[in-house]
Design a protein around this ligand. Structure first.
Ligand code: S3P
Length: 437
């Protein structure tokens, strides 16, 4: 029934237990990349060993960086210093990861080298002009397909000039690409963001010794040509992965689940705020700062949920959590309205379209517009097959839906889950789920 790579999520009863989430994907990519341009040996602990991050490690090796796994989640990187990356002999395959591709294009744009990046069918369909356009202003040239998508060749600027760039969309990836390009550029590079997005790049740049300043009005400045010095990095658990067991606890009566050691960066915790507004029982404990990032343990205890309106200004702080929030909304009393979702259309899949179609197939009443989604809550019927569309979060969201639906939900291909959450099925089943892979 499951077929190669498929899975079935059967309805189950309450979830119970304490788990830790895999390492944060955003922080893992940045840790490897910044270690690669720091001077000396960086030791990383808690690195996400998902396919996306392994692709970043492989790309850095292709650029002359020594990257070595020394134990589970433990990695050692011998950096080449700012501006020290070398021309790769082969195409760099970034797999499924938009973050890896865009941030690396940023670094490469101000190196005197030529490199070609590609990725899987999902990544090759995603917009890259949003980075090639600002990176061209440093003096880099881009050659590729007419639509600007991968495969894409970057010819890095030999004599880069600093840039001041106002982001047309709230995107941490674009902000980060520009800041990373600013490293091997004399003078000051400035990015202005329309609304705040995750600031992992800024925090980690400071951790490695760069001078990064944030001012009123979303202005972020990085001083060029810093000497980045190798530093130990401890990667927090990924709140975007923790979201799945926590959301499952929120919809299954009687559940209580704790995820320990989760990153609580203010630019990432919109889902926690939203679940709280919906009425879920939420507690955060053991709050601390590790490696410049706030971390804590999150517990969700089931309580009856009510629908909410999610305001557009909250979107960047939960941009990757809308698939699972849409599932939670399908179990909440009333109609949940989400707006400002245009960016969801250019993620690993068109997530707005995928959620609307998948929820409708599961018997949920939904309304979709160009950038909004409305979901009427109740108890979804399920009993259908859903295509994961090369999108890990679509696969995991519908596996969570199956746990609370009247009938099982089948996913055609859960292989993409390995990009961000290796061990997802085992972890969920350990809490009481009944997922057959
Ligand atoms: C990420 C930023 C977000 C997010 C992605 C990871 C990052 O993308 O969707 O999964 O690590 O910077 P945008 O900033 O482009 O919205």
């Amino acid at each position: 029934m499951t077929g190669t790579g498929g899975a079935v999520s059967h309805p189950c009863s309450a979830l119970e237990g304490e788990v830790s989430a895999p390492g944060d994907k955003s922080v893992s990519h940045r840790a490897l990349m910044l270690a690669g341009v720091a001077v000396g040996e960086t030791k990383i602990d808690g690195l996400l060993e998902g396919e996306d991050v392994l692709a970043t490690a492989a790309a850095l090796r292709g650029l002359g960086v020594e990257v070595e796994r020394t134990g589970p989640g433990r990695w050692q990187v011998h950096g080449r210093g700012v501006g020290g990356l070398v021309e790769p002999e082969d195409v760099l395959d970034m797999g499924n990861s938009g973050t890896a591709a865009r941030l690396l294009l940023g670094l490469l744009a101000t190196h005197r080298l030529t490199a070609t990046l590609t990725g899987d069918a999902s990544l090759r369909s995603r917009p890259m002009r949003r980075v090639s356009e600002p990176l061209s202003r440093f003096g880099a040239a881009f050659h590729g397909r007419a639509d600007g998508r991968l495969p894409l060749t970057v010819v890095g600027a030999g004599a880069p000039v600093p840039v001041r760039y106002e982001l047309p969309v709230a995107s941490a990836q674009v902000k980060s690409a520009v800041l990373l390009a600013g490293l091997n550029t004399p003078g000051e590079t400035v990015v202005v963001e329309p609304s705040p997005t995750r600031d992992h790049t800024e925090r980690m740049l400071r951790h490695f010794g760069a001078c990064v300043q944030r001012e009123e009005g979303g202005v972020v400045r990085v001083a060029g040509e810093p000497e980045l010095v190798a530093r130990a990095v401890s990667v927090p658990g990924d709140i975007s992965s923790a979201a799945f067991p926590l959301a499952a606890a929120a919809i299954l009566p009687g559940s209580r689940v704790t995820v320990t050691g989760v990153g609580l960066n203010p630019g990432r915790i919109g889902l926690v705020e939203t679940l709280r507004e919906m009425g879920a029982g939420i507690a955060v404990a053991n709050e601390r700062v590790e490696g410049g990032e706030p971390v804590g343990d999150i517990t969700v205890a089931w309580r009856p949920l009510s629908a909410v309106d999610v305001p557009p200004e909250r979107v960047p702080s939960m941009i990757d959590e809308f698939p699972v929030l849409a599932v939670v909304a399908a179990f909440a009393g009333g109609t949940t309205r989400m707006s400002g979702l245009a960016e969801l259309r250019v993620k690993e899949s068109d997530r707005l379209g995928a959620m609307a179609a998948g929820l409708a197939a599961c018997g949920v009443a939904v309304r979709e517009s160009a950038d909004t989604l409305e979901v009427e809550g109740g108890r979804p019927q399920g009993g259908v097959g859903i295509a994961s569309r090369l999108d890990h979060r679509i696969a995991m969201a519908f596996l969570v839906l199956g746990m609370g639906a009247r009938e099982a939900v089948r996913i055609d291909d859960i292989a993409p889950v390995a990009t961000s959450f290796p061990g997802f099925v085992g972890l969920m089943n350990g809490l009481g789920a009944a997922i057959e892979a």
